[in-house]
Design a protein around this ligand. Structure first.
Ligand SMILES: Nc1ncnc2c1ncn2[C@@H]1O[C@H](COP(=O)(O)OP(=O)(O)OP(=O)(O)O)[C@@H](O)[C@H]1O
Ligand SMILES: [Mn+2]
Length: 476
């Protein structure tokens, strides 16, 4: 009786307690596979792993270097950095750190002073918004997402050959007046360059173009034109709307697939045909930039670290470690930001493993004080196990790095997010995802530590003062 009254009066309480017990029990109950995980990790780590902002723990989790750890302790102790935007906090997710730096980006003139268009389509707004110091702002909702969508989906109305390329590269025209540069996915994403192969006979890789755009973006450089993966239909996009130089070469392969080879300097013959399955191919589409020069269509600087493109002749920089001091820092046109721009190029090319940086382009409109444009990134991500130390020559020989670039590398090294993590996440947005083979993603983590080691050695081994190596030139 007493019992029954108790239940009657407290029935809602009983229900609540019972439900709570069940809820708690169900929290602890995990299917068998998760028991294995729980056994392997102490409870606290397990929960941290579930709620940590990343699935990694910084590049150093797999590629810790003792000298770099010491260097970073010194970096974190620098009093002038403690209260600055360059202070690296071990808990902060990388993208929030990057967003803070991006806010400080110096802004210069806009291309709209020089380019006239209707400012309506995404590509028109992009052209007008090109800044003296960066190509685009990924936060600008007025065009950025739409531009990528247009590049991957809009109807192609005319297809030509890019006359400046040694490979078959297309200039593509769209139904809204936009133009794009298309490179073909000629090798599977896991294809590794053969060890005896020279880089200059290397085939261009569209996955490298796409991944380079994302890497440039997550490094906050914004110097690579927006690029997306796109499927091309050879029947529709070449056969129906291509120039004669393309359509004249259309043929069926022995397997019955539709192929063509077009016309170009080096690799346009039937041995290098591009074939569909049965008539579609994958590739990268980059948005076409406005003219870089006033009187000529291309305005460019030859890289001081240009290679000879010869099997045995070496360039001066390859034989002389003093090259930057004697031949680069002394150049009149390399005063101002230019040396640091080239050390950024060195960081970038080392991360992607690109030996083919023969020249860089820039907008003449903005004068000498403007950022470099990193076009042509098709020869990166070819060797996942090999680190091209000579690609980092600008950093090693000049013994300099921009503070903002260093801060981002330090942040990626200590975590919580590694470069492979943020790059993988960024690449997931591409329509042809997955773009990079995991060993290539792993290689960028290894390379972050290598760059930091070279910088720390400028101070510890070459005896340079900190402030001569790490330069805050106000560019983020
Ligand atoms: N997005 C773009 N917008 C405008 N022009 C471009 C763009 N991409 C490439 N170009 C022009 O086309 C030229 C050749 O393109 P790219 O360098 O990518 O082809 P490539 O075959 O790899 O060239 P190379 O044989 O010189 O290495 C570039 O130097 C540039 O002048
Ligand atoms: Mn090239």
């Amino acid at each position: 009786m007493l019992k029954r009254t108790f239940y009657k009066n407290n029935s809602w309480k009983v229900a609540f307690v019972t439900l709570s017990i069940f809820a708690l029990l169900s929290l602890y109950y995990q299917p068998p596979t998760q028991f294995v995980l729980r056994d392997a990790l102490p409870r606290r780590d397990f929960i941290q792993k579930l709620f940590a902002p990343s699935d990694a723990g910084g590049c150093r989790v797999n590629y810790s270097i003792p000298e770099v750890d010491t260097f970073i302790r010194e970096y974190q102790g620098k009093s002038n950095l403690l209260d600055s935007v360059f202070k690296v906090d071990e808990q902060e997710p990388y993208l929030s750190f990057l967003a803070k730096l991006n806010k400080w980006k110096r802004k210069g003139k806009l291309m709209k002073e020089f380019v006239k268009n209707n400012n309506t389509w995404a590509w028109e707004i992009f052209h007008q918004q090109i800044n003296q110091y960066f190509l685009y702002d990924p936060e600008d909702t007025s065009y950025y997402e739409q531009l990528l969508k247009d590049l991957s989906q809009r109807k192609i109305t005319f297809t030509d050959i890019n006359p400046f390329s040694s490979h078959l590269v297309l200039t593509v025209h769209f139904d809204n007046g936009m133009k794009g540069v298309y490179k073909f996915m000629r090798t599977p994403r896991d294809h590794e360059v053969l060890p005896n192969h020279f880089f200059f006979s290397d085939i261009e890789r569209a996955h490298s173009e796409i991944a380079s755009f994302h890497l440039d973006k997550v490094l906050g450089f914004h110097r690579v034109p927006p690029t997306v993966g796109r499927v091309l239909n050879i029947t529709e996009d070449i056969g129906k709307v291509g120039v004669d130089l393309l359509t004249n070469t259309l043929h069926k392969s022995p397997a019955g697939n539709l192929c063509f080879f077009g016309k170009c300097k080096d690799y346009c013959k039937v041995d290098f045909s591009i074939c569909g399955t049965p008539d579609t191919v994958e590739g990268s589409m980059s948005v076409f930039l406005p003219r870089r020069g006033f009187n000529q269509s291309i305005y460019w600087i030859q890289s001081p670290w240009l290679r000879t493109y010869h099997f045995s002749i070496k360039a001066k920089w390859e034989k002389d470690e003093q090259f930057c001091e004697t031949d680069v820092k002394t150049r009149e046109d390399f005063k101002g930001r230019r040396v640091l721009d080239f050390t950024d190029v060195g960081v970038f090319d080392f991360l992607i493993g690109n030996l083919d940086r023969h020249h860089v382009e820039l907008f003449e409109h903005f004068g000498n004080d403007t950022s470099l444009i990193h076009l042509d990134n098709g020869r990166g991500f070819g060797k996942s196990k090999y680190d091209c130390m000579s690609c980092m020559s600008p950093v090693r020989q000049c013994c300099m790095i921009r503070l903002s670039t260093l801060a981002k590398l330090v942040k990626l090294y200590i975590g919580p997010d590694s470069l492979s993590h943020v790059l993988r996440k960024s690449l997931e947005a591409d329509p042809l995802s997955p773009i990079l083979w995991e060993p290539h993603l792993d290689s960028v983590d290894r390379r972050v530590g290598q760059i930091l080691k070279v910088i720390s050695e400028c101070i510890t081994k070459k005896g340079k003062p900190w402030q001569e190596v790490i330069i805050d030139d106000g560019f983020y």
